[in-house]
Design a protein around this ligand. Sequence first.
Ligand SMILES: N[C@@H](CCC(=O)N[C@@H](CS)C(=O)NCC(=O)O)C(=O)O
Length: 245
Amino acid sequence: MRIIGSFVSPYVRKVLVALEIKGIDYEVDPITPFFGDDEFERLSPLRRIPVMVDGGLVLTDSSVICAYLDEAWPEEPLLPDDVKDRARARWLEEFADTRLGDIFIWGLFYPRFVHPLVWGKPGDQARIEKSLSTDIPTALDYLEGEVPASGFLFGHFGIADISIASFFRNAAYVDFEVDENLWPKTARYVRDALAHPAFEKLRRLEAIQLGTSIAGRRQALLDAGARLTAESLGQREPRRGIMRL
Ligand SMILES: N[C@@H](CCC(=O)N[C@@H](CS)C(=O)NCC(=O)O)C(=O)O
């Protein structure tokens, strides 16, 4: 099982948490999508991460990959048992991937962190302002009505919890924390979800990915216990994405 994509991507993290929970062995090629080569583009026609390669099966999109993992390895299920709960879990996964992805990644993490790093100039400041003043508060108001006061959604830690929590890790990387006076249930829920051992294990690897120079990164990740692919689909020069940028 090969996962292509940086440890710092919320969508890659979602897949890796699912693999950890299910105890499936995997190797990572931790590339940033903008640095993917021609072979990456062949595997990922939208030039997006994560990509999963399992023997002859190639999948992109974190939700499609997690659904495959859950069907092929049904132990430690990611979805709840009840059919209506399953439907709601899928909706919250979709809400997280689409809306939280838009406001926390494209509206905050990308312009504050990725854009200056990859393209060498500041990201869209007006977009950051709009995210912080309007979009993020509105999404948190919604989540505050959805998440439980204790424990996780639908009784056990699953795909909705993983999908939602993953975006708050990236938010924290660009100094955003949920205000517990305004959204106390969400603040507690996110804190507890990100403290799950699978998220915690990955956080240590993310710290290395973020804090180590490119020259020493591979060895530092290996020393920390990451299993990396022998070959990488990364290249030196960035290319524009084809979906947005
Ligand atoms: N719906 C996709 C979204 C994946 C996604 O947007 N990944 C980002 C990295 S966090 C990416 O590859 N962006 C590059 C681009 O859009 O060009 C999924 O769930 O996997």
